[in-house]
Design a protein around this ligand. Sequence first.
Ligand code: FAD
Length: 536
Amino acid sequence: MGIGGRRWNGWGLGGERFPVAATARAWLSERVGDGTPLPMIDEADVTVPPARPLPDLPCALARDRSARLRCACGLSLPDLVALRAGAIAAFPDAVAFPTSPAEVAALVHAADASGVALIPRGGGTSVVGGVTVRPLAKPTVVLSLERLHGLLALDCISRLATFAAGTLGPELEVALAPHSLRLGHEPQSFEFSTLGGWIATRSAGQRSTGVGKIDDLVAGLEIATPAGVWRLPPQPASAAGPEPRRLLLGGEGRLGVITEATVRVRPVPELEDGVGVVLPGWEAGVAVCRSLVQDGVPVEVMRLSDPNETAFGTALTRLSSWQRRALRLLGMLTRSEHGCLLLLGWAGGAQEVVLARARAAALWRSHRGVSLGSSPYRHWRRDRFRHPYLRDELLGAGWGVDTVETATPWVKVSDVRVAVSDALRAAGAAAGFAVAVLCHLSHAYRDGASLYFTFLWPLRSGAELTHWQLLKAAATHALLARGGTLSHHHGVGTMHASYLEREIGATGVTAVRALVAALDPHGTLNPGVLLSGDGA
Ligand SMILES: Cc1cc2nc3c(=O)[nH]c(=O)nc-3n(C[C@H](O)[C@H](O)[C@H](O)COP(=O)(O)OP(=O)(O)OC[C@H]3O[C@@H](n4cnc5c(N)ncnc54)[C@H](O)[C@@H]3O)c2cc1C
């Protein structure tokens, strides 16, 4: 436990857990076998080398062991393996806690002038190495946005709210609630990630089918760069040349430090409800999802699990006896069957919700879908922010677990799912172990959707990282080869930097490099992130 009660080497709060149900353990054992639990050393036993000397910087700095350890890593699988083993590649020489945009700007300027690298850090929940400290020749300071938080301005007429960049998800929604407003951006990391982090990574929340990605929600922002402070006030739309707000989204701390942002907010809905529907197969589920968005049926949450994810989810959850009967009827509790669970959620006026649900029901029935009622949706809503605790439990029980995510046009959705799943299983088989691959479709658009893969494998002592690397590379190559995007919402970080050119081309990389060079000519901000071979 530490700052705010958060774990130093895993997800969330020290007292919280989400144990792996015996049925889920059995499901995994049967499919991939048992592995070697990943041990976890005590925080006190981690060797933290002395910090290097730093020039005078105009900001409060923490240089103690605990602050440096807690800001050394993010939450990717390699981060977790390193933290649990106490084998951390590099530590920051200090952690800076600026308390105002002016202090951020002064710090960025001073660091740039004195050859210090800065790693902007929001909630530290990056799963792609975005905040992992690299061994750099320059002294390195983590710039924590922790003390820049809260609602700064609210324009109820335009429905625009300005927040400091370090505001965490719950604080943001709590500040809007008295005005009967909400943002509705709820990534699974909601409790511990920040507005600045969401913008810097182009994050997507679980309601994105209805409310959009953070890209759609940001109306204006302010960013401190070595080249100066760049303020882009909110505009509903503009034709004043290329759109610089969009250009700064996904900067991952490489283009500057976001100090505040104005977001588009909406009224708190009168009613929220949802349903779980079982479809007789993946293709039927995809057809329902596509028709819903293309026919303009309002849906806020849409999440279609493939048969493996449906079966694993069922093994994790306690279902009522009639739900079990319904699932068994569809044959989905056995491995050979193909039932897929679709969760749909609505938020709005009572009448709107009833109408949207009726339109959706007509669609799922036309694809032989069977409703399980509201309770699967309510269960999912209740537990969704607890699911991340499972990852630590699984590692401690001997199973590696990681995710890759992408998006692709509808015409390629099924092909990408098969290609990535096959590539993961084949990579495991070639190295002598089995891999379970779960997939869901979420974040649907008129022209396509995101696919999110979770892969699990038995850990072998000493080979945790090499096996993970094999799997991660196989999945990434497969999704790129089949026309998926490198990332729909986790971002590039250091982990995907070498693949960026495959997605945006050599000209695209040249343009991004030029933008970085214009804003940060000395490579002060987050070197090594976004662009490979860049500083680290
Ligand atoms: C369990 C779990 C579940 C997750 N679920 C989701 C999900 O549902 N959807 C999703 O999109 N992502 C998800 N993520 C990934 C992660 O939470 C997101 O990328 C999130 O947007 C990161 O926010 P953060 O505040 O933690 O940023 P950090 O991890 O601190 O930083 C991420 C990147 O942004 C940069 N950065 C952070 N703040 C600023 C700033 N103010 N100015 C400039 N650069 C900055 C950092 O330098 C880094 O490159 C999940 C991660 C975990 C561990």
